[in-house]
Design a protein around this ligand. Structure first.
Ligand code: ADP
Ligand code: MG
Length: 948
């Protein structure tokens, strides 16, 4: 233990002349004159009997006072000085000292940290900036409450008279309890011989005082070498550690990077999963919405279908009821059907009879017509016009026997020429009267006969008036068509008629189509077809269905006629205007078809023009007119004479009329005359022509010869007429009854048909309804099944949706929790790692730096110290040598004088030591201070020491 302590003390001691002793200050301790004794942290004391006087603590700079009441073990003669101390960062500057050599004693005690540990308070002490104690650890040296003295530390005071004591902390706060400064005696300052030693490591020459060489060689060198070795080892170790730490740090940083990347990935993953989860949730929401909508739709559809089914059921029941009713009424119907069939049979019979009667009637009618003559001539005389009346013209026509068809012309003188025609119209007879007689002839065209009606006469006698008429007073043309439409309508049940119209003009032996809209492209020629009928190919045949059509067609014709000439009347008088009505008849009873034509001709003026009056174009016109009119006369007379050759082709007029002149075709001629005496010549000419046309009857020779025969014929004719009338009457009656029966039969037929149709319809409806019902029932059942299926799928979907939602929630929760946990863990790890690495590295770095610094410092210090010490030692040595020589001389002198007592009471002339003893303890003891801390910070007493 002693050895260990020695080595410890040695390691702490720098100055080999100084010592560390383990007990308190004793009166007899020092022989040197005590210049001052500072009771550090305590009060000054009066000089006691023993002569030691303690000064109060006044020379300090920095630090704090610390006091204790603890008993100081081995406290020496003045243990109380150890109960106070200065602690912290401080230094002492003692001045006003006479220059010279001094010895400094420092008194230490560990009174602050009562429980240690070692190394808690380690510090260096410098006197006059010379290290005197290195790494002083009081606790390690003596423990607690036990004094430790550094004595005999040499200090040289120069002219400034200052001793500077500096405390440098290595660990914890330095502490000192007392400072004693003594004047060094010459003996106590031995000369310090200097020498050089070589560093084993750096081969540096270190100057060392010779007094220390031995010690240095023995202790310090070894110590330093050891220390250097130790430090080198430590340095190596630390370097290794540093390297390891660096590698681990790089690894750590790599790991940290990895972890960072992982973290990034995980965050990204979590982000993407969140996104997908959100999307899925959105999808789910939309699906559920759609599902809800579908559900609603289906429900609505089902409701509507149910309603429909209900409606259909009611309809079906209604229909079945109706069907039953129908079935019930079938016997009644059957009866009716039988009756109807009977009626139909009767009707058929009647039809046959009617047909027979009709043919008979036609035959009879034809016979009557024939009896009347196929060529009939009506004479019409116009009234005197205003001009004639104003010019005083007289009437030469006598109408006395006009009713019998006789006409007298008062010719020259008193002679009267008589003419007989089929009918004679006076100027008073109007258009209606004229047409009434013509109408029976007109009807023949509907019976299939060709008919030709023409007006002949001098210009201005009323041909156009008779044929065309005026809009207010329509003529034969219009009335004929009107009549045809009326009759055809009447006969519409048995016949169907197809009527079309052509309007032609013959001028200068040329045919012109008055209905042609475009320009006349080709010369129109008369052709005969395979049936022997004559027609003009390319001529317009306008189909007319009603009377309004007729008027427009006739207007178009007359307009077209007007366009051809500057003077309408003039032109019209020199051309023939021919209206052709074509009738196609179909007998609806037997399907017989006939084709017939009705020509209505407004001939050109028949007046003869004096050959000297005309020439050129007019002459040609006149010749043409004469030719055509005489050709007409020739044809008619040839027909009357039943000649084998009829000269139809002598003119365009007769050629066109070929089918309607002769044979069983009917011809009606209106001979128009003027009543004026001025026109008497032309009148007579016209009447003669007409008479020629009328033929045989008016032959005066024949007349005469056949008077009896004529009478007979007349009587026969009358008889035939009356028979005809009777027949006609009966026929009419028959027709009426037939019509009645027919209408009745038709009504029955219609009813029957209607009923049958209704039955069929109802049956069809029933079938349709039943099939529809079946279908709808099927549909309903299908829909119900589908609905069920849908509901099931819906249920399962709902379950699935719920489950998915739950799963998603769970997943989300667990995932988020996991992620959060992971994130936390990672963050924690990262933090820990960062902290650990940082702290470790920083700590290591710090330590390395510190160590390096320490090493350097120590090296520097040791070097400089050694140098300085060596220098100082040299100086000291010199000084001491001198002193020693002086002292030696002095001692020798004293020895020579008397035997001196070298003890503690030895006094030197130069100085005097006084001792003081502090009687009372300091009011703020260390214990009480401890208590104060405790009460202030509520911390245990044991730990206070650590804080100090
Ligand atoms: P035509 O055609 O024979 O040359 P019109 O028919 O042009 O003769 O008749 C000449 C004029 O005599 C017309 O103004 C016409 O109105 C008139 N006229 C002819 N016949 C009659 C009649 N029966 N009653 C009244 N006026 C008539
Ligand atoms: Mg005319």
């Amino acid at each position: 233990m002693e050895d260990a302590n020695d080595s410890l003390f040695d390691s702490m001691l720098v100055d080999s002349s100084s010592k560390l002793i383990q007990n308190g200050f004793a009166r007899s301790q020092s022989s040197e004159e005590c210049v001052m004794f500072v009771n550090v942290g305590g009060e000054a004391t009066n000089e006691g009997a023993d002569g030691v006087k303690f000064l109060s603590d006044t020379f300090f700079d920095g630090g704090d006072v610390f006091l204790t009441n603890e008993a100081i073990v081995e406290g020496g003669d003045y243990p109380s000085i150890y109960q106070s101390a200065r602690v912290g960062s401080f230094s002492y500057r003692i001045d006003n000292l006479p220059p010279g050599q001094y010895l400094v004693d420092l008194h230490f005690v560990e009174i602050i940290n009562v429980n240690g540990p070692k190394g808690m308070r380690v510090f260096n002490v410098y006197i006059q900036e010379e290290k005197v104690l290195s790494e002083l650890d009081i606790y390690a040296a003596v423990g607690v409450n036990k004094p430790l003295q550094l004595i005999d530390c040499r200090a040289t005071v120069k002219d400034d008279g200052v001793i500077l004591i500096r405390f440098e902390s290595l660990n914890g706060r330095p502490v000192v309890s007392g400072i004693c400064i003594r004047r060094a005696s010459k003996e106590s300052v031995p000369p310090v011989p200097s020498d050089f030693i070589e560093c084993n490591y750096c081969a540096a020459q270190i100057e060392i005082p010779s007094s220390q060489i031995k010690v240095m060689q023995t202790k310090s060198t070894a110590k330093y070498e050891n220390k250097i070795k130790e430090l080198t080892m430590q340095c190596e170790l630390k370097a290794k550690e540093c390297y390891e730490a660096w590698t681990s740090l790089t690894e750590m940083s790599r790991e940290v990077e990895k972890v960072q990347m992982e973290l990034d990935q995980v965050t990204f993953k979590s982000f993407t999963t969140e996104l997908t989860a959100e999307k899925q949730a959105e999808n789910l929401r939309s699906i559920s919405n759609r599902y809800e909508l579908d559900k609603k739709k289906w429900a609505e559809a089902i409701i509507s279908l149910q309603e429909k089914v209900q409606l259909m059921k009611s309809e079906q029941s209604r229909l079945s009821f109706e069907a039953h009713e129908c079935v019930d009424s079938i016997p009644e119907l059957n009866k009716m059907v039988y009756a109807v069939q009977e009626l139909v049979k009767q009707c058929e019979d009647l039809k046959v009879k009617y047909y027979e009667e009709m043919t008979q009637r036609k035959k009879l009618f034809n016979e009557v017509q024939e009896a009347k003559g196929n060529i009939r001539v009506f004479c019409r005389c116009r009234p005197l016009n205003k001009v004639e009346m104003s010019s005083g013209c007289t009437t030469v026509v006598d109408f006395d026997a006009a009713k019998d068809g006789c006409l007298g012309i008062l010719a020259t003188g008193s002679s009267k020429k008589l003419f007989r025609f089929d009918r004679v119209y006076t100027p008073k007879d109007d258009q209606v009267d004229v047409f009434a007689d013509a109408s029976s002839m007109v009807i023949s065209v509907l019976d299939g006969y060709n008919v030709c009606i023409f007006a002949y006469g001098q210009t201005g006698t009323g041909k156009t008036f008779t044929m065309e008429g005026t809009e207010q007073n329509r003529g034969v043309n219009y009335r004929t068509l009107e009549h045809l439409f009326r009759v055809s309508k009447e006969r519409s049940e048995t016949f169907s008629y197809d009527i079309s119209v052509s309007v032609l003009e013959v001028y200068n032996e040329q045919i012109r189509d008055l209905l042609a809209t475009g320009p006349a492209s080709k010369r129109l020629e008369i052709k005969q077809n395979y049936e022997g009928h004559h027609h003009v190919p390319g001529v317009v045949e306008a189909k007319v269905d009603n009377i309004s059509d007729v008027w427009t067609v006739l207007q178009a014709g007359s307009n077209a006629r007007a366009v051809g000439s500057n003077n309408v009347n003039e032109h019209s008088s020199r051309s023939h205007c021919m209206l052709c009505i074509m009738v196609k008849t179909k007998n609806l009873m037997n399907g017989e078809c006939t084709k017939s034509k009705l020509w209505l001709v407004d001939l050109s003026g028949s007046e003869r023009l004096a050959k000297t009056d005309v020439q050129g174009e007019r002459l040609k016109e006149a010749q043409n007119i004469n030719r055509s009119l005489s050709a007409l006369g020739d044809v008619i007379s040839a027909l009357a004479a039943k000649s084998s050759h009829i000269p139809y082709r002598n003119s365009k007029l007769t050629h066109l009329l070929q089918d309607s002149l002769g044979g069983d075709s009917k011809t009606l001629m209106f001979v128009q005359i003027s009543p004026s005496d001025q026109d008497v010549g032309e009148t007579l000419s016209s009447l003669n022509f007409a008479t020629r046309v009328r033929g045989v009857e008016l032959d005066p020779v024949k007349k005469q010869i056949d008077t009896g025969e004529l009478q007979k014929t007349k009587a026969m004719l009358d008889k035939a007429r009356s028979e005809c009338r009777c027949k006609e009457e009966s026929l009419r009656k028959l027709e009426e009854s037939l019509q009645n029966i027919e209408s009745k039969a038709k009504g029955k037929d219609n009813i029957h048909k209607n009923l049958q149709e209704k039955i069929k319809e109802l049956e069809g409806q029933i079938k349709l309804k039943t099939s529809m019902q079946n279908q709808s029932e099927k549909q309903v059942s299908q829909l119900c099944e589908r609905l069920k299926g849908k509901e099931e799928t819906c249920c399962t979907l709902q379950h699935k949706v719920k489950e998915l939602e739950r799963k998603i929630k769970e997943q989300l929760q667990t995932e988020t929790a996991n992620f959060q946990q992971k994130v936390w863990d990672l963050e924690k790890k990262l933090k820990d790692q960062l902290q650990g690495s940082e702290s470790e590295s920083s700590f290591l770095k710090d330590k390395i730096k510190e160590l390096e610094r320490k090493l350097k410092e120590q090296e520097q210090n040791s070097e400089s110290l050694l140098k300085q010490q060596m220098k100082e030692l040299e100086e000291k040595h010199k000084e001491r040598e001198q002193q020693w020589q002086q002292t030696h001389c002095y001692v020798e002198a004293v020895k020579a004088a008397a035997t001196p007592d070298i003890g503690m009471n030895c006094c030197f002339n130069e100085s005097r030591v006084t001792y003081y003893l502090e009687q009372e303890p300091h009011p703020s003891s260390s214990k009480s201070l401890n208590h104060l801390f405790q009460s202030m910070f509520h911390i245990p007493l044991s730990s206070i020491g650590f804080f100090m």
